[in-house]
Write a protein that binds this ligand. Structure first.
Ligand code: HBI
Ligand code: FE
Length: 282
């Protein structure tokens, strides 16, 4: 039997927000997952982890191995203990999508919010909102990388400033094109470290193999000026040479100046070719 998903009338978001305080942290309710949900997790995990050897970055693969979460929907508290031993990050359960300021303050405190509900069997290949498989399988492995871990905390700190300056859209693009859909150049070839990619069987292969999208060397200003689509595979992937490049970009960029200059502009199209782009060919 499949549990019905609770829909809250006020938010319109999927997930049960009852009992969530101002930080939106809730109990994972591990015992409430059904055998069918654990089986669906194993199906998702088996299919996706098989692709990681050829398509995921070494940092992601090492994190996935450390988490050892293939047996069923993982216990966030147990995973959190392993993770905190590596990088000091912890996991908290949340009902689903949470307000931007709350999301940023968790990241700034090295807490990653993980959605507790799992998609339905008919959504195995596609859903728009983050569920536990996207959040845990996609995001948590990279948090075991010390440099990426510091980058994401700093990203959280920058959130408050972006909100204050009316530039959330620009900072969200940076998250989208790195944390969610980032590629990395390695001595094994092009790999992904992005959670939106690595939690999707289709896009995991597409982002590396397809000749359709363009791949452009990462540049923080270019990324923050580029619109994205949430309902199809990306038209442009931005490529880093290592996770240090992400941290350094945050450390050295004058975000207030960038926001002033570009926040009122419509931004580049998702498939734009921009003078100065360094294209990467496969
Ligand atoms: N909430 N649960 C959850 N997961 C997210 O990825 C998320 C969020 N709230 C806001 C948010 N992301 C955005 O602010 C970022 O994508 C920039
Ligand atoms: Fe995500």
């Amino acid at each position: 039997m499949q549990k019905p998903q609770v829909e809250t009338s006020t938010s319109g978001l999927r997930g049960d927000y009852a009992g969530a305080g101002p930080d939106y942290v809730v109990d994972q309710r591990l015992k409430d997952y059904t055998p069918e949900e654990h089986a669906l997790w194993r199906t998702l995990y088996t299919r996706q982890s098989a692709l990681m050897q050829d398509y995921a970055s070494a940092e992601f693969r090492a994190g996935l191995a450390l988490l050892d979460a293939g047996d069923g929907i993982p216990d966030f508290a147990a995973a959190s203990r392993r993770l905190s031993g590596k990088t000091g990050w912890t996991l908290v359960a949340v009902p689903g999508f949470i307000p931007d300021d709350v999301f940023f303050s968790h990241l700034a405190a090295r807490r990653f919010p993980v959605t507790r509900w799992l998609r339905m069997p008919e959504e195995i290949d596609y859903l728009v909102e983050p569920d536990v498989f996207h959040d845990f399988f996609g995001h948590v492995p990279m948090l075991t990388d010390p440099v990426f871990a510091d980058f994401l905390q700093l990203y959280g700190r920058l959130g408050e400033q972006a909100l204050a300056l009316g530039a959330l859209k620009m900072l969200a693009r940076l998250y989208w094109y790195t944390v969610e859909f980032g590629l990395i150049r390695t001595n094994e070839g092009l790999r992904s470290y992005g959670a939106g990619i690595l939690s999707s069987a289709g896009e995991t292969v597409y982002c590396i193999q397809s000749q359709t999208p363009q791949r452009v060397a990462f540049d923080v200003e270019r990324v923050m000026r580029t619109n994205y689509m949430i309902d199809s595979f990306q038209k442009t992937y931005f490529v880093i040479d290592g996770t240090a490049q992400l941290f350094d970009a945050l450390r050295t960029t004058d975000f207030a100046a960038l926001y002033r200059q570009y926040r009122d502009e419509p931004g580049y199209a998702p498939d734009a070719q921009v003078p100065g782009d360094r294209r990467i060919h496969i």
